[in-house]
Design a protein around this ligand. Sequence first.
Ligand code: GRF
Length: 197
Amino acid sequence: MLNIGVLVSGGGSNLQAIIDDCENGEIKGNIKVVISNKEDAFGLERARKHNIRAVFEKNEDKVIKILKEENVDLVVLAGYLKIISPKFISEFENKMMNIHPSLIPSFCGDGFYGEKVHQAVIDYGAKVSGATVHFVNEEVDGGAIILQEAVPVYFEDTAEDIQKRVLVEEHKMLPRAIDLISRGKVEIIDGRVNILK
Ligand code: GRF
């Protein structure tokens, strides 16, 4: 069983997808703790409803301490709107993943979060967008890519339309990436991910 720690700042629909797949056995994992830097994050409420430890904590050293005391093997950033320090990253090297709502390396990096990402896709006139699950390294949205899924972008789309379409894919791919890790199917070679058969 993989011990999972999830960090959220908002609604936590991706967290819900992970909770559901842990409960129905699709993922051989246990969410040990959900931590948020926002006291009113609905993600904390979702965790409590499922009897998962839910902690509001802004201090990064304390966050690291909690993850360690819960013996977390994998940290999942699921809508965590806080930059992670190099120290935190090195404590969980290759054991921390993030989901970003675009096809990295497009529409990512500093300042690209929430609807801003999808508005930038519209403004540019891109015809596809999507989502990316990747390992976390020192570069914002820059770690090795684990999974990507694309969705079409239509001329009439609003940022919200694209967000909704992308979220449908996110809710499938984030649990899938966790499942691949729990089954030892993800290897990193020269900074690239190989998914083993
Ligand atoms: C998602 O779009 C995710 O890609 C991004 O933040 C959003 C979080 O949504 N990092 P939710 O809180 O999981 O509903």
